[in-house]
Design a protein around this ligand. Structure first.
Ligand code: ADP
Length: 463
């Protein structure tokens, strides 16, 4: 069932229930009121009857019966009986075709005790009243059928039934109208969302005041779309850059081979071409490895082998490893602020990935500084450890600082240095995967300081 019908039905059910309760109570209290006023009338008539008999001289039971007979209009199907204190009937009157109410000792006793006792007999209201005249006490019983009252009640029942049906109908229609109005913006949002496709990612849902739940929904959706579009854009740029970087050495290789094949060459010439092609292939190999590492480090740490890694041990591998890549690279380790508790040196993560991230940053420090020296130190807080990598290189301009973590971006100072612009983005992805971060402080002409922040092993689960 459509949500708008569901709202309308629910609304109708609730209002119908309230209407029903209202109609039932109106009917119930009207009937109570009818019974109360009618019984008061019978009671007054009963007292009048008994008063006439005992207080007005010259009135005897026959005359009284005559009086009761001729006042037929005021009460319908009436009957009056008077009992003395011994319970014997001393006066009885009943309209034509009406049987007097059978009275037993129990009824007389109740009337005596309560003063006035009401009950029903065959649809008639009956009142038994205790009446005292000097030393004598009597019980007078009056009964009548409230023809007018019941007729009015029947009319009231019809009016209430009619109003109830009309009320339910109006409720359903107005419920439908309001639910349509409530659902309409949702339908609009659905329509707008349907118009967004991967080709049309820049479309957004129109934000309309007031700032209600639907506004919030649209806002959140737009926000999600912004992030999606951004990551689509990054992916698109990445693919374009990657294919450009891959095709450059491939084009170089194929054109070198093509030119070489056009003529007969000397052995030295062939050697030179093979050496140049080899360099390009090495480049290609390095690039594809970096791309594979980036792919591995993208996403979450699910499926990656995790263990407690001792960071000081990891750092100690750096000097040898870097010297292997370039004999001039020099890594200076400064472990003067060693923590008292060695647990602080443990990071929960993947040993190889962490090493690769730190190595990229330290390699840059060596690569870009004229003395090819990187100074690496450690510092600690309660929940985090900091790996600080300092160099005396050219520094990084403010403009470059915002861009160097983007894949394939290379700064001005990188022009004559070998690289692909993938080292820092890869390092950042790995560190983010370990719930850490990389911050940079750099002054152009003086050097840079890269700080890798990592949560220490025992606080990893708190993050
Ligand atoms: P690559 O070093 O291969 O160019 P990276 O992603 O490692 O790629 O670095 C991106 C850019 O950041 C570099 O091209 C360089 O401009 C800048 N950069 C990184 N580290 C340093 C550093 N220590 N000093 C100066 N510039 C740096």
């Amino acid at each position: 069932m459509k949500i708008k019908y569901r709202i309308a039905v629910l609304f109708t059910l609730v209002v119908s229930f309230i209407l029903l309760l209202l109609c039932a109570s109106i009917f119930y209290f009207s009937n109570l009121n009818r019974a109360f006023s009618f019984r008061e009338r019978i009671k007054n008539r009963a007292i009048t009857t008994v008063s006439l008999l005992f207080k007005v001289s010259g009135i005897n039971p026959n005359l009284l019966r005559r009086i009761d007979e001729i006042t037929q209009i005021s009460l319908d199907q009436k009957s009056f009986q008077i009992f003395n204190s011994a319970g014997n009937i001393i006066y009885s009157y009943a309209d034509e075709n009406v049987t007097p109410v059978p009275i037993n000792a129990n009824i007389l006793l109740k009337a005596k005790e309560k003063g006035t006792y009401f009950f029903n007999y065959e649809g008639r209201d009956v009142v038994a009243v205790n009446y005292t005249d000097g030393d004598n006490s009597y019980i007078v019983v009056g009964a009548a059928f409230d023809k007018d009252g019941f007729q009015k009640l029947d009319e009231l029942k019809l009016i209430l039934l009619f109003s109830f049906i009309i009320g339910v109908l109006i409720t359903f229609l107005s419920g439908l109208f309001f639910s349509e109005r409530i659902v309409h913006p949702i339908q609009k949002i659905t329509k707008e969302v349907k118009e967004i496709s991967s080709q049309n990612l820049s479309r957004r849902i129109e934000l309309k005041e007031p700032k209600d739940e639907l506004y919030q929904l649209s806002y959140t959706f737009n926000d999600l779309m912004n992030r999606l579009q951004e990551s689509f854009e990054i992916q698109r740029r990445f693919i374009a850059n990657a294919s450009h970087e891959l095709s450059t050495p491939l084009t170089a290789i194929s054109s070198q081979l093509e030119i070489t094949m056009q003529n007969e060459r000397t052995a030295d010439e062939y050697k030179a071409v093979i050496s140049s092609v080899y360099d390009d292939v090495k480049n290609l190999n390095q690039l594809t490895r970096s791309l594979l590492e980036i792919a591995k480090a993208s996403g979450t740490s699910d499926g990656i082998e995790l263990s407690l890694v001792r960071i000081d041990e990891l750092l100690m591998r750096l000097p040898v490893e870097l010297r292997k890549t370039n004999a001039a690279y020099n890594v200076q380790l400064h472990f003067d602020t060693f923590p008292e508790n060695e647990d602080k040196l443990l990071v929960f993560g993947n040993n190889d990935l962490l090493f690769s991230a730190i190595k990229n940053i330290v390699t840059n420090a060596c690569k870009y500084s004229p003395d090819h020296t990187a100074n690496v130190s450690l510092s600690f807080s309660d929940y985090e450890l900091y790996i600080i990598v300092k160099d005396n290189g050219p520094g990084i301009s403010q403009k470059d600082l915002d861009l160097i973590f983007q894949p394939f971006y290379r700064g001005e100072e990188a022009e004559n240095k070998h690289g692909f612009g993938l080292g820092l983005p890869l390092a950042l992805r790995i560190i983010k995967m370990h719930k850490g971060n990389i911050t940079i402080k750099s002054t152009v002409g003086q050097g840079s300081q890269f700080t890798i922040v990592l949560p220490i092993g025992r606080s990893f689960h708190l993050i």
